[in-house]
Design a protein around this ligand. Structure first.
Ligand SMILES: Nc1ncnc2c1ncn2[C@@H]1O[C@H](COP(=O)(O)OP(=O)(O)O)[C@@H](O)[C@H]1O
Ligand SMILES: N[C@@H](CC(=O)OP(=O)(O)O)C(=O)O
Length: 467
């Protein structure tokens, strides 16, 4: 069971989380609980690290002081007596270590990726201790597990690669005995450590990934991702408040959605679950009675061509123009080698006779990448672009679908179009400021008469939406 930042954001949310876990235990189920940092804490830790890195020591320590108060206040609301005193001491100890670290970064005037990971790791280290203690007080026999003892990764800081065999061995050694003793292990998501014990992180949104690694490594019967919406919806409910819950979706569809920007699930989550055929559920911790979304190996038959629409912002289009060389042997390889060298993933590619257009996440190394590409071609790049992606296994069965999609967004300037080889997504690139309108138009066009076997039409009323 993984509970995201909003499911542990304050004492009330942690209380709801405890009630959900109690419900599972009362049904005779055993659970390992993975928690994220309290909502927004990771962003604030990143801001503190960045401030320290540019020598703003006072700014960094001020952020840390606010976080210390928030964690202690929540602990005071959660725990009584001796339990509170003990955890308060632990939290103060952790924040003293964080402050020392921030002072160190400011003194050196340099923030490395490795140190950045160590700073952000405090979020999950603290939240997991608080949730474990809250479970303990509520008779759930919470047992805190430091995720860094089990989630073994390589040393690719900021996006470390988990070592699944080593993880499975550690889970068997350290977590299984706790379950066998009737306890509820609680660990932080998102963080891990190299085999030498250096702290790493799995990339933003990585707690879902931890949940899948733990579920996979322990051969769980199910992986539950508890969040703040009723499940995977037909689009982000912050863009369309009338988005509908999707009752069932395939692993492939969910993976495409996650990759193309649906924040509700981390893209890497699905893989360990698919490999072991473990069903994944996305559920709402504010509305635990709701059935959520079930992600399964096979997509159910659906009368609608699409299950959901995702959008991903902060992309850059790069146009590489080389009229004489494009079709020559080895040219594309030379272009892609440059992206490989900078470990820069490409989202979409399209070619014409004279140019290749590629899209990548906007990142600070783009000027270097383009300078290097400039040695073999003329290069232009343009940021503030976004990708809109429609996902559904039944796209291929619907004639004229592209016409319907593009007439729904005929007022928007479309820069690139792609239909993936898997034939379960159709995506196009537009200006960032057009995303909301394009998604609303498409949602209106494709979910006006939804298939009731797949979409929760009964609950058309707006669901809980984050501010
Ligand atoms: N297709 C979608 N279905 C559901 N939620 C979505 C979708 N696309 C984007 N979201 C957003 O994802 C959010 C949940 O992800 P996140 O904030 O990371 O939650 P958590 O803190 O629980 O991990 C929702 O509040 C919603 O706004
Ligand atoms: N706290 C990490 C990991 C995570 O998955 O968080 P959440 O479950 O709240 O999206 C982050 O913000 O990236």
């Amino acid at each position: 069971m993984k509970f995201g930042g909003t499911s542990v954001e304050d004492a009330k949310a942690i209380d709801r989380t405890a009630a959900i876990v109690r419900g599972r235990r009362e049904r005779g189920l055993e659970a390992v609980v993975v928690v994220s940092a309290m909502a927004k804490v990771t962003d604030q830790l990143l801001a503190a690290a960045a401030a320290a890195g540019r020598d703003d020591r006072a700014g960094a320590l001020a952020i840390s002081a606010r976080l210390r108060h928030r964690h202690i206040d929540t602990t005071a609301d959660l725990l009584d007596g001796e339990r509170f005193v003990q955890l308060q001491e632990t939290i103060n100890h952790e924040f003293d270590a964080l402050d020392d670290l921030l002072r160190g970064i400011a003194a050196v005037g340099e923030l490395t990726a490795r140190t950045n990971d160590l700073v952000v790791s405090f979020g999950e280290r603290l939240s997991s201790r608080m949730v474990a203690a809250a479970f303990e007080q509520r008779g759930l026999q919470g047992a805190h597990v430091d995720a860094r003892t089990c989630i073994v990764t390589d040393a690719h800081y900021g996006k470390a690669v988990p070592q699944e065999n080593a993880i499975e061995a550690k889970l068997t050694e350290l977590v299984l005995p706790l379950i066998e003793a009737g306890q509820t292990p609680v660990m932080g998501g998102f963080i891990g450590a190299t085999k030498e014990g250096i702290t790493t992180t799995l990339g933003r949104g990585g707690s879902d990934y931890t949940a899948a690694l733990v579920g996979g490594g322990m051969h769980a019967g199910a992986i539950e991702i508890w969040t703040d919406v009723n499940g995977i919806m037909t689009t982000d409910p912050r863009i369309c408040p009338d988005a509908l819950r999707v009752k069932t979706i395939s692993f492939e569809e969910a993976a495409e959605l996650a990759y193309f920007g649906a924040k509700v699930l981390h893209p890497a989550t699905i893989l360990p679950a698919v490999q072991k055929s473990i069903p994944v559920w996305v559920l709402n911790s504010r509305n635990a009675e709701n059935e959520g979304t079930k992600i399964t190996a096979l997509a159910p038959k659906c009368a609608s061509p699409f299950k959901s629409i995702a959008a991903k912002k902060r992309l850059t289009i790069i146009d590489v123009v080389a009229s004489r060389m494009l079709m020559s042997h080895g040219y594309l390889k030379a272009v892609f080698d440059v992206f490989d060298k900078y470990k820069c993933a490409i989202d979409m590619v399209s070619t014409s006779e004279v140019s290749i257009s590629l899209t990548v996440d906007s990142n600070e190394r783009l000027p270097e990448i383009c300078e290097e590409l400039g040695k073999i071609a003329d290069v232009k790049y343009e940021g503030r672009k976004a990708l809109v992606c429609l996902v559904g296994e039944d796209i291929r069965g619907h004639n004229g679908i592209a016409g319907q999609v593009f007439s729904a967004v005929s007022h928007v300037n479309v820069r690139m179009i792609s239909q993936g080889a898997s034939e379960i997504n159709m995506s196009f690139m537009i200006d960032e400021e057009d995303v909301e309108e394009a998604v609303r138009s498409l949602h209106k066009r494709f979910f006006v008469n939804p298939d009731e076997t797949i979409f929760d039409v009964a609950a058309r009323a707006p669901i809980a939406v984050k501010a």
